[in-house]
Design a protein. Sequence first.
Length: 131
Amino acid sequence: FNLFRLCVKSCGIIKLLKRQLIETLDKGENVIIGYTQVDDNNIIINGHEITIVGYKKNNDGKLTFICNDTDDGMSKPIEYSEDYLLPKIHHAALPHDIVQNDVKMVENWVEGLNSYKELKKQETQNTPTAA
């Protein structure tokens, strides 16, 4: 499994994410996701990880995701509508074969090294020179 960070709102990939989740669940795999939690004004107040263990299709064609949250103190699964959950997903652990044709895969260490180089470059550009 690979962990892929998703920019769901800004990249407009909700349909892609939904398809990848369904394909993974249909293979019998669970999906660990990180998502944002919001207050009544839709302001982010927390982040949390849960496991999506299944889904069901509603009469209107929309999906409800069945999730396991080990931190909620409840033994039964919780359910979230696709409209609620998908836009809040920050990252998802999806199988390589599900995502390999949809994303450019970069090893974590390569991404980290590139980020470090970019920070050093910005630091050099922002350092004042002596007069």
